[in-house]
Design a protein around this ligand. Structure first.
Ligand code: PXL
Length: 285
């Protein structure tokens, strides 16, 4: 596997920012993002948008951070530390989405700025527990996604956002077109939840060309945090200056390895794990 360049010990690594929710069980959200960023050799900055109460069985509640505090976290990190890319995950409400979109435009994060933005439009946990108020879907569609360098919904989120039920290659292409029409530079339709296919093929679309990115399907019930891991790894590669297709190809391979290393935890779904990276020498293939 191709690794991202690692900064020598003592030298400042590339930085990336995740704007998302916490997971008290340590599997998804900001915990998954920071773990993947660290294991990719990228310094993780975090802007907490919501605190979830959850374990491996489900999410039993969440607390939203005041929108101004979310925006202030982003502003203060960008002005001092500087970041190469940003990623959004669980943003919970219209007010938080509007505050995040406002500060992103202000500091140059997003498709028209100098800092690429990965938008993972998180709507629910894998157990179906809501992580976004239903009334905020319009803000995701019309305020957040148009800012994205790349948007990475899963198939449930594709259905919520576009009304399209993806069940074959043709509907995947239609969904990619509908997502792209919302304004991101690139749209991905992820095949991971399309259980009818033997491959897990992601479709990447820039309004012009469809790129197909196949990967072998891995049968595991331990896939908590898989979407976050993919989006965070894309952000890491973008922070290193990769093109979007190259960043997505890197992130797919990264996530495949993390799925293969997922472990049992608690009574529910265990997390995908980037800890396999500790078992190889620095930068080794
Ligand atoms: O995997 C999506 C996700 C994102 N963010 C938080 C989550 C989850 C899934 O449970 O809890 C905080």
């Amino acid at each position: 596997m191709q690794y991202l360049p690692l900064a020598p010990n003592g030298q400042t690594p590339v930085r990336a920012l995740t704007i998302a929710g916490t997971d008290s069980g340590g599997g998804a959200g900001i915990q998954a993002d920071s773990r993947t960023m660290a294991m990719c050799g990228v310094h993780a900055c975090v802007a907490v948008a919501a605190v979830t109460v959850q374990n491996t069985v489900g999410v039993s509640g969440f607390h939203e951070i005041p929108p101004q505090i979310v925006a202030d976290q982003v502003r203060t990190v960008v002005s001092d530390i500087g970041i190469g890319a940003a990623k959004t995950g669980m943003l919970a409400s219209t007010a938080i989405i509007e505050a995040v979109a406002g500060v992103c435009r202000e500091v140059g994060i997003g498709r028209d700025g100098s800092i690429p933005l990965v938008v993972d439009p998180v709507a629910a946990s894998m157990h179906g527990d809501p992580l976004l108020h239903a009334e905020a879907l319009d803000a995701v569609r019309h305020t957040l996604i148009p800012l994205a360098t790349v948007v990475t919904p899963n198939l449930d989120e594709v259905r919520l956002l576009t009304g399209i039920d993806v069940n074959n290659e043709q509907s995947a292409r239609k969904a990619a077109e509908a997502l792209h029409a919302l304004g991101p530079r690139w749209a991905i339709v992820k095949g991971g939840h399309l259980r009818t296919s033997e491959q897990s093929t992601d479709l990447l679309y820039d309004g012009d060309t469809f790129h197909e990115l196949p990967a072998p399907r891995l049968a595991t019930g331990n896939d908590h945090g898989g979407g976050d891991t993919l989006a965070a790894a894309i952000a890491c590669a973008l922070a290193h200056g990769y093109s979007v297709p190259d960043a997505v190809a890197f992130a797919k391979e990264w996530t495949y390895r993390c799925l293969a290393a997922a472990y049992d935890l608690g009574a529910g779904h265990g997390p995908v794990s980037p800890l396999w990276r500790l078992r190889t020498g620095p930068g080794s293939a």
